[in-house]
Structure formats: C-alpha cells, structure tokens
Design a protein around this ligand. Structure first.
Ligand code: KG4
Ligand code: ZN
Length: 382
C-alpha cells in the first residue's frame, strides 16, 4: 500500500485549522497542522461571538489551505479523502468549514467524511509514538469549553457516555471564573498560570501539596480549611454523589460568593492567585475522583484525556498519579500539548481510522459527501 494523505478542516469555534496527515499501516504522520486563532479578536467580548468567528474563518481558510499544501509538499491529487468537523459547535462557524470542504470535495472529486468534534479530541491521542499501546476498552475523560464527559469506548468509534456535566463544562467554569476575577480570556490558561504563581510564592503550601495535607483536601469527607493566607476553601461538587455526572456551575458561584465577602481583596494579587489555585484544585479533584471511580467500575485498559482542558498541567499530572496509585495496570494516555486545543490534526486522525474501516457502501456515501453533508450544531457522538 502506498502512502496516503487525508486533509482535514476544523472551524467549529474560534480556531480555523487545516491539517494534512500521511498514513500507512495505521501509522499517522503529521505533514501540516495550521491553526489561525481568533483569541485576540474575541477577548474584548469575553467570549466567542459566532458571526465574528464565521467572518474570520472565511478570511483565513483559503490562505491556510495554500500554506498546508505547501508545507506538506503535496498536490490535491495525492489526497485520498477530505474530512471536516461536522459538529457540535457554533453553526455560523461550522458552516464555513463544511461548505469549504464540500467545495474542495466537489472540485477535486474526493470523498468527504464528517467528524464529531469530540471524537477528534479523543483521537488526538492517536497522534503519538506510543498510540499502539492504547487498548480497548478505553475510558476517555473529555474536558473542553463545551463538554465534560466520561466516555466508555468498547472499541474504535463505539461510544457510551457514562457521565457528563449537568450544567457548565469545566472549561466554561475556568472561563467564567477568569471573568469574575477579571484576569483575562480564555480563562483556563490564565487561571492555571495564576494558580502556579500561588504555589511558587507559597512554598509552605508547595511542601504540603506534595505531602499528606493535599490528599486530605481531595477527600471531601475530610475537607479541611487550608493553612494559607486567605484560607479559601471551595466545594468539590458531586464528589460524594454516586454515578459519574459532574456539575461545575455551583463551583463557579462559590468563587463569586467568595469575592463578595470583601471586594477590596480583589486588588490583592495574592488573593486572586489563591482563589485560582483553590478553584483549579477543586475542579481537578472532582474530575479525578469520578474518573477513578468509573474506571474501577468499568475496568478499562486505557484512560485517555481529551479536550482543551487537557492542557492543564495539574490535571495531567494528578490524574497520572492517581491512576498509578489506584489502577497500576491501566495505561494512561494524554495528547501532545500542541494538540490539546482545537486543531485539524485530531479531525484528520479520527478520519484516517474511520476511512480505513469503511465498507464499500459507506465509501460510496462519502463520495457524495460534497452534496449531502450538513453541519449539525448539536451532533451526537455515535
Ligand atoms: O477543546 P477546546 O479548545 O474548545 C472546545 O471544544 O470547547 O477547549 C477550550 C477550553 C476553554 O474553556 C479554555 O479555557 C480551556 O479549554 N483551557 C484550559 C487550559 N487551556 C485551555 N483549562 C484549564 N487549564 C488550561 N491550561
Ligand atoms: Zn474543542
């Protein structure tokens, strides 16, 4: 079998992205991974404005295609199939990517595959040297700006959502907390940076966080007021509830109430940093506790981390430590840091594995994707 290329397009939110992946014998090689971020544009609104996002996608998508083909050193004739994020996402934004992909599929006479955005995040894990070690059943902790889910995978593309957030997604909670604290947008990277500053400036806590006190905080029945300057203690929502659902809206509200106790404290950098640290730890504690409990019940062979919040250093590290301590036989797989946020390489990775497993009927359907594929803002994972 000769080498084959898949070109993928992602435009579901505020990143326009195109990627080209070469695959042979299930080995994935990234030939181009271009991302044009609109973060600065949306920052002044404190969130993504759908129509502005769509306008930017239209502006950026054609230049990104030229750059991607040039970087990959290939021509359209080398491409086996085109993939695009079909949903979920912002409909004006999705429409740009899908219509662009349909146009290319028509002009170049290529099959077109629609990919679920979260499936893409999960499959970012397969762009990895050691991805052959990913064994099923697998349990994916999906954490992004729009999703917080525990997804059990019996095999490739066999999904069962065993738990999810009942309100805000965890990334959304990071973003909202950043807004309450007026520290910038998007919230995840800022809040985690300020939390790290807290740890650096609070060496006593640093010792504790590696020692025994930290594990006491992790157990909600053992919640202790931390021995810190402002003694901020936030709830770990749902941690003791049976089942695998999450809730982050109350945690965000708890941050809001904390800031109302003495608004003058908001001028203090130490205070802000301590809130960020406690908020991040509370969110991470809940995510880890539910993931470990789900793994104890469903006995996966691999635990995967996926989505924008998987960039979070504390989550990456502490989930790894918890798995090592409690489930030493389970493999832990995290995506490369550069592939945690929205990108098209993850869409290409999912498309490669899907494409390789399509039967003739399904391939025929893909060949009319240029006219049939429709974006779906609420696409279900299946
Ligand atoms: O997957 P993603 O790029 O877009 C969606 O599909 O939603 O996730 C974006 C989310 C944002 O809420 C952002 O604040 C969060 O991921 N995020 C983080 C970090 N980096 C990005 N959250 C916590 N810690 C981070 N380091
Ligand atoms: Zn995403």
């Amino acid at each position: 079998m000769s080498n084959k290329f898949i070109l993928a397009i992602e435009s579901s939110c505020d990143e326009t992205a195109i990627s080209i992946i070469k695959y042979s014998y299930a080995k994935l090689e990234l030939f181009a991974n271009e991302i044009s971020s609109q973060v600065k544009l949306h920052a002044k609104w404190g969130g993504v404005v759908p129509n502005l996002a769509a306008r930017e996608h239209v502006k950026n998508i054609t230049p990104l295609l030229d750059i991607s083909l040039e970087k990959a050193g290939i021509e359209p004739k080398d491409i086996e199939a085109i993939a695009v994020t079909q949903g979920p996402g912002l409909i004006p934004a999705l429409m740009v990517g899908v219509n662009f992909a349909k146009t290319l599929a028509y002009l170049w006479e290529k099959p077109l595959i629609g990919i679920h955005h979260i499936e893409g995040h999960i499959y970012a894990n397969f762009i990895n040297e050691n991805s052959k070690d990913i064994k099923f059943p697998a349990l994916a902790l999906v954490v992004s700006g729009g999703h917080t889910q525990l997804v059990l995978m019996k095999d490739h593309f066999k999904y069962e959502i065993i738990g999810q957030t009942l309100d805000d997604a965890v990334g959304e909670a990071f973003d909202k907390v950043a807004r309450i604290l007026k520290v910038g947008y998007p919230g995840g990277p800022v809040v985690s940076r300020l939390a790290a500053e807290f740890e650096i400036s609070n060496s006593k806590f640093q010792i504790n966080s590696k020692g025994k006190n930290e594990s006491k905080v992790k157990d909600s029945s053992n919640h202790k007021i931390p021995d810190t300057k402002y003694q901020i203690l936030l709830p770990r929502p749902m941690i003791k509830k049976p089942g695998f659902n999450f809730s982050f809206s109350g945690l965000k509200t708890a941050v809001l109430y904390e800031t109302k106790k003495d608004p003058s404290l908001l001028k203090s950098k130490d205070y802000i940093n301590e809130i960020c640290h406690e908020f991040q730890q509370a969110a991470v504690d809940v995510l880890i506790s539910k993931t470990i409990k789900a793994a104890q019940k469903f006995q996966p062979r691999t635990i995967l981390l996926a989505g924008g919040v998987s960039a979070n250093k504390k989550l990456r590290e502490q989930l790894g430590e918890a798995i090592k301590a409690k489930l030493p036989d389970v493999k832990y797989q995290i995506p490369q840091l550069s592939l945690t946020g929205d990108n098209a390489a993850m869409i290409a990775a999912a498309a490669v594995l899907r494409w390789e497993n399509l039967n003739e009927k399904q391939k025929k359907k893909a060949s009319s994707g240029w006219k049939d594929l429709q974006p779906d803002a609420n696409l279900k994972l299946k």
